[in-house]
Design a protein around this ligand. Structure first.
Ligand code: TRH
Length: 359
């Protein structure tokens, strides 16, 4: 089938991250023909860089405006049009669909949520005045939701010396063999400085891999934006550049613990099979608290009472000294959760369910 994916990048990287991951999965694993129309090509290309050129070349990445002049022959119009996260289709593109002999179906690809209500809304039609069928598609953990974007599935690997991406070689040389490794990708507003100070009194060495912009965020939160951050000696900060999506996935798999955010890094942290803190995107009406609670209900369903307390504390930014004693149990839980997640998505996850739905 022919797919057109529309991606509008509001502020962060998540929209591009999800669209790119879906596009490469549709083309490389499912043999589909895909175009992405994006209003921020530099961001999308940055995420997609570093990927095997053969994989990248299969996805036709276009500027948003290119959709106005549909370069396909009218009878080769799209079979499926994806509005990622409910972005509105450009009017001129929509007009071209209306006069095309073959009508596609439009999918409003929603945000991932573990909330139970999504299964009632998943796959429901959204009648449109223009007459082209449009449906809601809700990614989710439940078997009767839209699934999770699991591709490419990372190998189940313990931390080992796998090939280090070129962009990370310098930073990786700084790692200490006797240190635990943590990566940090969170929003401003997390009490990260205090968290790291507390980590520093646990009596272990920690190497903290700070993703692009996190060091500046830390300095800003310290109240001295131009000064170096002072932390206990056991804590080493290692800032890394913004890397491609594949390289970021690699970073997650190479750390013992990850702090992630948004929805794509959140899924990748789970697939890495390591304990993680999900710094969920804060919403003004505090809807994020409900979403986090719904996820924790699922994630901790089979966990012991002690582990439940520890993980809930960690995910709500309690200091590491409050919960780090439970890290071994959390390690085992993370591996089991990964296995369970993959088993529940053994049908191919979101991409395969989307294809099945469209068919
Ligand atoms: O960037 P995000 O905060 O995006 C968020 C979410 O999509 C959220 O749901 C949405 O409401 C909000 O934006 C507006 O976090 P997320 O979803 O984890 O996306 C980050 C993407 O960037 C992910 O695909 C991983 C990728 N990435 C890299 O490719 N290289 C990097 O160096 C880093 C740090 C991330």
């Amino acid at each position: 089938m022919r797919w057109d994916i529309f991606c509008q990048i509001v502020d962060n990287y998540g929209d591009a991250g999800v669209c790119w991951r879906l596009a490469r999965s549709l083309t490389s694993l499912h043999g589909q023909e895909v175009r992405i129309f994006c209003d921020d090509l530099p961001t999308l290309n940055l995420l997609a860089s570093g990927v095997d050129p053969e994989i990248k070349s299969k996805v036709d990445i276009q500027a948003w405006e290119a959709s106005f002049s549909n370069t396909r022959h009218p009878i080769q119009g799209p079979d499926v049009v994806i509005e990622a996260f409910g972005c509105d289709l450009p009017e001129r593109y929509l007009a071209s669909l209306l006069i095309a002999p073959k009508k596609p179906i439009i999918i409003n690809l929603e945000y991932l949520s573990a909330e139970p209500w999504i299964t009632e809304f998943h796959g429901k039609p959204s009648p449109q005045a223009h007459g082209i069928s449009k449906y809601f598609f809700f990614p989710g953990f439940q078997t009767n939701a839209g699934g999770i974007l699991i591709d490419p599935v990372p190998p189940e690997s313990p931390i080992s010396a796998t090939t280090i991406p070129a962009s990370l070689k310098t930073s990786w040389q700084l790692l200490r063999p006797n240190a635990k490794r943590m990566s940090v990708f969170c929003y401003p507003g997390a009490p990260l400085l205090q968290w790291l100070e507390d980590l520093g009194v646990l009596g272990e060495n920690f190497d903290i891999v700070l993703t692009h912009g996190q060091l500046e965020q830390l300095q800003f939160s310290s109240g001295h934006p131009n000064q170096a951050i002072t932390l206990p000696e056991s804590i080493q900060l290692i800032p890394i550049p913004f890397v491609s999506q594949d390289e970021y996935d690699w970073v997650l798999s190479q750390c013992d613990f990850n702090i992630v955010r948004g929805e794509d890094s959140f899924v990748r942290a789970q697939l890495a099979g390591k304990p993680f803190i999900w710094h969920i995107y804060p919403q003004e009406d505090r809807a994020h608290e409900v979403k986090l609670a719904a996820f924790l209900d699922l994630y901790l369903e089979d966990a012991s009472q002690e582990l439940k307390h520890a993980v809930i504390a960690a995910m709500t930014w309690a200091m590491p000294s409050d919960w780090f004693d439970s890290i071994e149990g959390w390690n085992s839980h993370s591996k089991a959760w990964r296995a369970d997640l993959l088993q529940k998505q053994a049908d191919g996850g979101l991409t395969a369910r989307l294809m099945g739905f469209v068919a």
